[in-house]
Every structure is written in C-alpha cells, then in structure tokens.
Design a protein around this ligand. Structure first.
Ligand code: B1M
Length: 214
C-alpha cells in the first residue's frame, strides 16, 4: 500500500497520532505537501463523507476522522504556508451562521496566509452582523464566507443584504465558497467572488487585492 493510501485509511479510522506520523514521514520522503493534503488527507475525508451520506458511518466516526484530519494539517501547515511574505491585503473569514464545519475554512485560511494575505478568522456559526462589523473593524478588503450545508448557504444572501443595509457595500468584496456553493449561486446572491477550493480562493483573493492596489 502506498504511503498516501495508508494515510487516507488511518484518517478514516480516526487515528490522529498515526496520521501525524504518516504526514511527517511523507514529507521526510520528499512528497509534495499538496499531494499529501489532496491524495492523503482529503481523500480519506472524502471517503468518510460518502460513507456518512450512505449511513455507513455516523457523526462520532466523522468527528474522530475530522480530528485526525486537523492533526495531520497541523504537521502540514508550515510546509503549505510561506512565511515572511508582505501582506497583500486583509480578509475576514468565517463559516456562516448555523454551520459548524471548519476544516475547509481552515484550509482556506492556510492557503491565503501562504499567499501573504492577512486573515482574520472569526470562526464558525457566524451571523451576518459579525462578518460586517469585523470587516469594518479590521478595514478588510474581502469578506470570505464558507458554507457546507445547503441549508446554511442561503445565509450568504443575508451577508450581502447586511453590507448593503449598513451602507458599506462599496468598501468590501464578498467571496463565497464551500462544497454546495457554485459560481452561479455566487451571482444569484449578489456576492462578488467565488472559488471552488482553498488554493483558488487564495489566488482569487490575491488577484483582487492586487487589482485594487494598482
Ligand atoms: Co457534516 N455534512 N454535518 N459534519 N460533513 C457534510 C457537509 C455532508 C455533505 C455529509 C453528507 O451527507 N455526505 C452533509 C451536508 C449535506 C447538505 O447540506 N447537502 C453534512 C451534514 C448533513 C451534517 C449534519 C447536518 C449531520 C447531522 O447532524 N445530522 C451536521 C451539521 C452540523 C452543523 O454544521 N450545524 C454535520 C456535522 C458534521 C461534523 C461536526 C460531524 C463534522 C464537522 C467537523 C468540523 O468541520 N470540525 C462533519 C464533517 C467532517 C462532514 C464531511 C464528512 C467532511 C467535510 C470536510 O471537512 N471536508 C462532509 C462530507 C464531505 O464533504 N464529503 C459533511 C473536507 C474539507 C477540506 O472540504 O469543507 O468542502 P470542504 O472545503 C473545501 C471546499 O469546499 C473549499 O475549499 C476546501 C478545500 O479545498 N471551500 C472554500 C470551503 N470553504 C470555502 C470558502 C471559500 C472558497 C472555497 O471562499 C470563501
């Protein structure tokens, strides 16, 4: 079995210590950090997600797999994030109200920090008012919202409505993402930027901040 398959399997079994060791081993053997993330950690989480959907496993198993994923990400983080890069812009990032999923959001944060953006992470289950007040407080360029549930993605429209209501629509760009979110949904709710994954979220944010600065 390849190292990355072994990593995926240990993640599915929620073996946090083994996952940490295997991530370190993969890095020591010279594997690309992105491959470790995508073909090891995210592969395992994807399989758990399918099983969860088909009632082949339940919330506790998903939680321990998520804990193992976070343990692996901790080891991987310094290798994904380049340090010492001048700030390219400021992003307020959170998971929308009613939604507790934070693994994707945390990856978005890492990738953005890796591209030199300053990220103010306001956590999960964040109401629209908090996104807007944090953006004003930190003079952000972008408000970035993550949602994993079809029932919570609609909260993104409330965030757009709130910045309009508060008279600050022109100050911020709103970026949306997360598994159920699409580019057409982004347009429908009146948001500005969409990215399908963490890495492109960072690229899209940097591109916008550069265009704003020039
Ligand atoms: Co949840 N859950 N969950 N869950 N969970 C999903 C999302 C689900 C698809 C599982 C399924 O049925 N197959 C399903 C949603 C169905 C739907 O709405 N259509 C679901 C459900 C139903 C639920 C509950 C309602 C279950 C219940 O209680 N009955 C409940 C809801 C709780 C709540 O939020 N209020 C729930 C709970 C949980 C746990 C707490 C057990 C746990 C979360 C732990 C945690 O996050 N700390 C959990 C998990 C782990 C999952 C799955 C298995 C994995 C999610 C994940 O972390 N993926 C998930 C199934 C799946 O995705 N296969 C599932 C890995 C992560 C890296 O991917 O978050 O998609 P993702 O992020 C990607 C992109 O989406 C993107 O970049 C990331 C990487 O490139 N991205 C952005 C994310 N945010 C972005 C923002 C951007 C741009 C890109 O710009 C701002």
């Amino acid at each position: 079995m390849s190292l990355l398959s072994e990593l995926s399997e240990n993640l599915q079994r929620g073996k946090a210590n083994e996952v940490k060791d295997l991530v370190q081993k993969a890095l020591d053997e010279g594997l690309e950090p992105r491959a470790v993330l995508e073909e090891g950690l995210m592969d395992g989480m994807g399989i758990i997600g399918e099983k969860f959907k088909n009632n082949q496993c339940y919330v506790p198993e998903v939680l321990i797999a998520a804990r193992a994923m976070n343990a692996g990400i901790t080891v991987l983080k310094p290798h994904l994030v380049t340090s010492g890069v001048k700030s390219q812009g400021t992003v307020v990032l959170g998971t929308v109200k009613g939604d507790l999923h934070d693994i994707g959001k945390n990856l978005v944060r890492m990738m953005m920090e890796g591209k030199g953006l300053e990220v103010i992470d306001i956590g999960v289950d964040v109401p629209a008012e908090k996104f807007v007040s944090a953006a004003i407080e930190h003079n952000a360029d972008i408000i970035a919202c993550s949602a994993l549930l079809t029932t919570t993605m609609t909260e993104m429209r409330n965030i757009v409505d709130k910045i309009v209501e508060d008279g600050v629509r022109e100050r911020f760009r709103i970026m949306v993402g997360g598994a159920p979110v699409t580019d057409s949904f982004c347009k429908t709710v009146g948001a500005d930027l969409y990215a399908p994954d963490a890495s492109s979220a960072a690229d899209v944010a940097v591109e916008y901040c550069k265009s704003k600065a020039s």
